[in-house]
Design a protein around this ligand. Structure first.
Ligand code: ZN
Length: 63
């Protein structure tokens, strides 16, 4: 009846949330940033290109 209890305890709690992010428009760049941590000018933190708002499923940040 409780055979699954041990596995559940060992499994880390990771909550996946649909998160607003700004992704780089440069196809050769993988830069993106969470909406909560965007740069002031909304430029890509890696290459400085423009970014576009999109939604990604990301692990919740525990602060
Ligand atoms: Zn970029």
């Amino acid at each position: 009846m409780f055979f699954n209890k041990k596995a559940q305890e060992e499994k880390p709690e990771v909550v996946i949330l649909s998160t607003d992010v700004y992704a780089c428009l440069d196809n050769t760049c993988n830069g993106w940033m969470r909406k909560d941590f965007v740069s002031v000018d909304l430029k890509c933190p890696l290459c400085g290109s423009d970014t576009t708002l999109e939604v990604r499923d990301l692990p919740e940040i525990l602060m």
